[in-house]
Design a protein around this ligand. Structure first.
Ligand SMILES: Cc1cc2nc3c(=O)[nH]c(=O)nc-3n(C[C@H](O)[C@H](O)[C@H](O)COP(=O)(O)OP(=O)(O)OC[C@H]3O[C@@H](n4cnc5c(N)ncnc54)[C@H](O)[C@@H]3O)c2cc1C
Length: 468
């Protein structure tokens, strides 16, 4: 357990750990702090004037940080000014496009499932996740009158299928807590004195601050505001940076024929990414051909596993098992049966009974078998070659589609420079981090937003409890 220093020099044990799901003093559900249990101790810090917390970034992490800070201050019967600065004209521009506009806001799997799906630095997230796990996120939104539903793979969405409902809910929660939301205001610099954050310089003014929460996101989908300015700000203050690379991005393939297949979705396939002979990723699911390569759930997940290696120029091949449900022996038996039943038909007809029509010529070409050949002329070797192509249709990976199409940024603020129990910087007192700008990322399925909510909630409550 960690000590938190109050302004008057008293210490208290672990105020920031939130107790799950009860109504706080403000009457809001969730985001309750143990500070509620210690109002007298907190009142000792009331001798000081009004404190100021500035949250930089109005994405999910920043909004949740501001909400948690307000609740923590309220529970401690303290008045704290909370200002949220967002450079865009509205909050949650990226949140709006999540889950194809439906917002897969979390995953209803359990703790083990969550940590299994975090690709980078899962241990760093233990405290943040424990304080605000998926059920607390779900109860927070449902408590704010946003009904949710759980779909295949435990993916949680608003019942309305509208990400705008999640954004509206956050706006309302901020308004109710009197957070001063400033849009169209970009933070340029943070100023420190004596190792402590003191002020925030924006393109409009200077704000004195007792604590600052940086929640500026990564660098993917830059049009949503993810311009990497948070990385620059943190670096100026002495923080390092794990080189950002695009993750959960489509793959570009050497084979240009993919453009002829663009738009084709393959269900129930197994995609395997090989580095030489070594299997780096293998998953059953859905794949989509694009004009330059492949995308879809299994590809995005696979790309996030090899994201850093791709940037380093390592070579990968993608093998697609187009007939996952059948092992080679069963597939061979099926081919023999079909050949026996329709010996005068061409290979093309057989292929079209097994695969989407547009894919057949490319699979036959990979097997080096003419599509026009009558089935009765097919040799055993040719049949075996067809089976190999069906069970391992091969594409050469040239790289990822880059930040413009990456769902998340892999890399960011090194977690060893951040206290995992509070999200406070180990280099600058009073500076906190939350969300995607941290070097933590996960698979698709709602886990990345869960990281944003959890780290945002912890950063917000820690910042409030530090300064009151
Ligand atoms: C197409 C797409 C679909 C996705 N779908 C899902 C999904 O369904 N489920 C899921 O879990 N994850 C999804 N993600 C990932 C998820 O959106 C991110 O993990 C999440 O938005 C990160 O939250 P954040 O608050 O850290 O950053 P962001 O959402 O990027 O918010 C950061 C905010 O900070 C602002 N900002 C930056 N710099 C400054 C500055 N200097 N001054 C002021 N403001 C600044 C930005 O304008 C931005 O609004 C998706 C991502 C994309 C691109």
């Amino acid at each position: 357990m960690q000590n938190i220093w109050l302004r008057d020099g008293l210490t208290s044990r672990s105020f920031f750990f939130r107790t799950p799901l009860r109504k706080n003093n403000a009457g809001h559900r969730g985001l309750v702090t143990n500070a509620q249990l210690l109002p007298k101790l907190h009142n000792l810090s009331m001798i000081d004037g009004m404190k100021e917390i500035v949250v930089v970034g109005g994405g999910p992490a920043g909004c949740m940080a501001a909400i948690a800070a307000a609740d923590a201050a309220k529970d401690a019967c303290m008045k704290v000014n909370i200002t949220l600065l967002e450079q865009n004209e509205k909050l949650g521009k990226k949140l709006y496009i999540t889950g194809k506009g439906r917002c897969n806001l979390t995953n209803a799997g359990d703790r083990d499932d969550f940590f299994a799906k975090v690709n980078r630095n899962p241990k760093f997230l233990y405290s943040a996740y424990s304080g605000c796990p998926e059920e607390e996120v779900m109860q927070f939104f449902e408590g704010e009158n946003v009904p949710l539903k759980t779909e295949r793979g435990n993916r949680v969405f608003p019942e309305s299928d509208k990400s705008s409902d999640i954004i509206r809910c956050l706006e309302k929660a901020l308004w109710e807590r009197k957070v001063d939301v400033r849009l169209h205001e970009k933070v340029r610099e943070l100023r420190t004195f004596d190792g402590r954050v003191r002020s925030v310089k924006t393109d409009k003014r200077k704000i004195e601050a007792d604590a600052v929460i940086l929640a500026t996101g990564g660098v993917s989908y830059a049009t949503t505001g993810a311009d990497g300015s948070g990385f620059t700000i943190a670096r100026t203050l002495g923080h390092g940076l794990i080189t950002p690379v695009p993750a959960l991005a489509p793959l570009i393939t050497e084979e240009s024929f993919v453009k002829e297949l663009a738009g084709l979705t393959l269900k129930n396939i197994t995609a395997t990414l090989l580095e030489g002979e070594r299997i780096r990723f293998s998953e059953f699911g859905e794949l989509l051909f694009t004009h330059t390569g492949v995308s879809g759930p299994v590809i995005l997940s696979g790309e996030s596993v090899i994201a850093r290696d791709l940037q380093e120029g390592k070579k990968f091949t993608l093998k697609i098992d187009l007939k996952s449900a059948l092992d080679e022996k069963t597939l061979d038996e099926r081919l023999l049966r079909e050949i026996g039943e329709t010996p005068n038909q061409a290979v093309k007809s057989l292929m079209q009974r097994l695969l989407p029509k547009s894919l057949c010529p490319f699979v036959a070409a990979q097997a080096k078998v003419s599509e026009q050949k009558p089935l009765h002329d097919l040799t055993k070797e040719e049949r075996q070659a067809l089976i190999r192509a069906l069970k391992g249709f091969t594409l050469t990976v040239m790289g990822s589609a880059g930040f413009s199409e990456a769902i998340i940024t892999c890399g960011g603020i090194p977690v060893k420079e951040v206290n995992p129990k509070t999200m406070e910087s180990k280099k600058v007192e009073g500076l906190y981090f939350a969300g995607e700008l941290l070097d933590c990322d996960a698979m698709t399925g709602g886990y990345n937003l869960q990281i944003a909510w959890s780290t945002g909630a912890l950063a917000g409550s820690s910042a409030a409890l530090k300064i009151i």
